[in-house]
Write a protein that binds this ligand. Structure first.
Ligand code: SF4
Length: 209
């Protein structure tokens, strides 16, 4: 990343982390993927039951590989045939890995979902939710966060999963109600009632979509 751009994000991270702290969400700044991996592994207790909901950012920083190789019980939902069982197992996990579709400069997290397994696990169930969020997800405010989720993240994910939605063919949201819609549920996380349950690692590089 360009040096000035990296400096801007490093400066902005203090505001975001302060905003998250005001919402009972513990946050860490990791300038690089390597730093993010170290921080994540320091937060996940050995022996923990860990799972995730399609978190490309956790894959990109090498966290999923490290957890699969390490002394953890990694629940690989893709390897479980019974999708309902995999979904229910996630609610009882010690740690749930996720990214966010957007994060505002004052620390509000925005996530959209088709099946709602991810947003429901973020809202309730797993003992800890660990977000890995690249700086490309930062938006100035809630309105722009919702727009990013619908106009950037969703079209890319719809294309990634080969879904038949207007955004997968145009690249922009048409506020559809198509059977493949991945914007069925929109979760705005503005406060965590349970201290320590939600943690965020903000990473100084682009990750995910
Ligand atoms: S077109 Fe449909 S699936 Fe695509 S972003 Fe809009 S609401 Fe979501």
């Amino acid at each position: 990343m360009n040096e000035n751009k990296a400096r801007r994000y490093a400066l902005l991270s203090s505001k975001i982390i302060k905003g998250l702290a005001s919402r009972n969400i513990e946050a860490f700044w990791a300038p690089t993927s390597e730093d993010a991996l170290k921080t994540a592994l320091s937060l996940v207790p050995k022996g923990a039951r860990v799972t995730m909901g399609g978190c490309a950012s956790a894959v990109e920083i090498g966290l999923v590989d490290a957890l699969k190789r390490g002394a953890y019980e990694f629940i690989d939902r893709d390897a479980i045939e019974d999708k309902r069982a995999a979904m229910l197992a996630a609610y009882d996990a010690d740690v749930y890995l996720s990214s966010a579709n957007a994060i505002t400069e004052d620390g509000v997290l925005v996530n959209i979902d088709g099946n709602a397994n991810r947003v429901s696990a973020i809202a309730q169930g797993p003992r800890m939710v660990l977000f890995i969020i690249g700086v490309n997800k930062i938006t100035p405010d809630l309105d722009s966060a919702l727009k990013r989720a619908r106009n950037v993240a969703a079209p890319i994910n719809a294309q990634r999963f080969g879904l038949s939605t207007p955004c997968s063919s145009t690249g922009a949201c048409a506020d559809c109600k198509s059977p493949d819609c991945i914007c069925c549920q929109i979760l705005i996380t503005r406060f965590s009632r349970h201290p320590g349950r939600i943690k965020v690692i903000l990473v100084g590089q682009d990750l995910g979509f």
